[in-house]
Design a protein around this ligand. Sequence first.
Ligand code: HSE
Length: 328
Amino acid sequence: MVFTLKICIIGFGTVGRGIVELIHKKNLDIEVVGICARNCCVYDRNGINLEHLIKNTAGLPLEKYPKADMALDTDKMIDTKCADVYVELTPTNIDHGEPGYSFIKRILSNSCHVVTSNKGPMVLHSRELKQLAKKNNVELLYEATVGGAMPVLNLVRENLRGNSIQSIRGILNGTTNYILTRMAAEGAPFAQILKEAQELGIAEKDPAYDVDGIDAAAKAVIIANEFFSKDSGMKDVDMTGITRITPEFVSLAGKNGFSVKLIVEVSDNVLRVAPRLIKKSHPLAVDGTLNALNLKLDMAGEVTVVGYGAGKYETAGAVISDILSIKN
Ligand code: HSE
């Protein structure tokens, strides 16, 4: 298919801004016709001037942009069907999935494609949303919800076709991995390192979501529903966080050749998040904010992927990859 794909971005936070900057900088063949924030939208059917937008929205909310239209809201932008792909980037809410859930339903019902980085709707309503996409013959892509820039969903879908997955195990939360890595290196106390992780900008707004294992559990649910045809929810995850792990324990493990990691385990009958001892020589023993997943497959055997699960351009890159896959 050779045409310029039109997109409308819903949610102008870190990832939304990252996407706009990358499309502009890399001169990608993607036309941004709409951008919506909570109380306004910018719309230009011929393509928004991204250079002007980037310059004039740096450090400012979208409503301060002179071309922002306060009379336009997201529902209206969805109903105009101004874009081929709507990029849904509103904040994750794991309890009710809103506002992303309603937006995605509306977009799919209008027979437009959806790319999202929002875990909430995919944790709570994946079966319904996938069926709605199928019924309307459009794509619903969400690579960025699991492992950010580290390929997982599309890797299995595209490159490991025909394989049956026996189990998946790994690290899906960068904040806890950073905390555990720093504890091992310096024996620094939990609270101090958590503060630094927040400063890195990868921790959730409420860091309990990271350290209690909720964020990793949400990603485990998405994986279980994707690869094991489950209709699982958060209540099905056997979840333990890292709040009771002490620097002394991490140090003792280190002296014995092990790293402590918050490990997600998913198989046909297991859905678990818990701290585990991983041999330092094992491919999953990655440090810092990295994520890593080890997949056991019937044909390919073991495949391990490592990458950044969060970050402005890393996550934006995963979203852009999904957008471009629709174009191709
Ligand atoms: N708080 C998450 C993490 C961000 O630390 O991995 C990505 O979902």
